[in-house]
Design a binder for this molecule. Sequence first.
Ligand code: HEC
Length: 257
Amino acid sequence: MDPTRDNPLIRIKAFFDGLGILTFFGVLLLLVLGIAAAFGLFRKGEDPEDVAGKIRYETKSEIDEAQAAVLTPEQISSAIEETGKTLAASKPVAIEKPEQLVPGSVTAIKIANAPADDYSAIDAAPADPAAPIDPAQMEIGKVQFLVCSACHGQNGEGGSIAPPLAGSEWVTGPISNLIKIQLRGLLGPITVAGVDYNFPAPMAAMAYQTDEQIAGVLTYIRNSFGNNAHAVKPEHVAAMRGEVGKPAATVEELTKP
Ligand code: HEC
């Protein structure tokens, strides 16, 4: 047997050598675990929804803070209330001028594609031009004329905001012109009985009236204030309802009386 082997000093050295090697690997293991932990290898898989949610809440609180610095909650709710009221009270407005048409809009396309309307049948002389005027129609017309008289005068004499209806060649002329003016309104300038008129405000459409009311008021103005012309029938008005919604008519769109 090798006597050196039994040397206790050698045994102690071997023990400490072993301990050193173990310590070395232990430290190495700790180092590796430490690095792995630093890179998050041991972290349990976090729910991606939780991660995203956290970011969202952070963003929301940032926005809330920024808004709170600018607007008070009272200001925000009163703004919402105001807008709501305005929207509730707003109504679609009829198109009065061609410039108000939005190019490419549904209405613009509808108007551009509409075939040129032929109202010659409506304007044709009636079978019996001298047929007496129905008093019931004149009654309806007289009531409707109250509105017209505000601008055109009680006796159709005209005034500072509208031309005369008395002695107007337009009033006793083709009835499709008159129906068109009722359904679409009228945008001057216009010459009536040799006088040129160009009022600041156009005449608004009065398409809210029924066919009977429009036929009545037109028959009334054609047979009052010294005017005399055959009656307008409700079916004439009905045949022209397609005009409603078009911009206010101009003189170029009317048939020369
Ligand atoms: C708010 C004022 C106003 C009212 C209400 C009004 N018009 Fe007019 N009317 C005008 C104006 C203005 C013109 C001329 C267009 C222009 O200058 O832009 C006109 C033109 C006319 C014309 C063609 C020109 C002429 O003098 O012959 C007739 C017809 C007419 N209106 C009939 C009527 C009838 C019928 C009513 C009632 C159902 C009526 N208007 C209601 C303002 C009005």
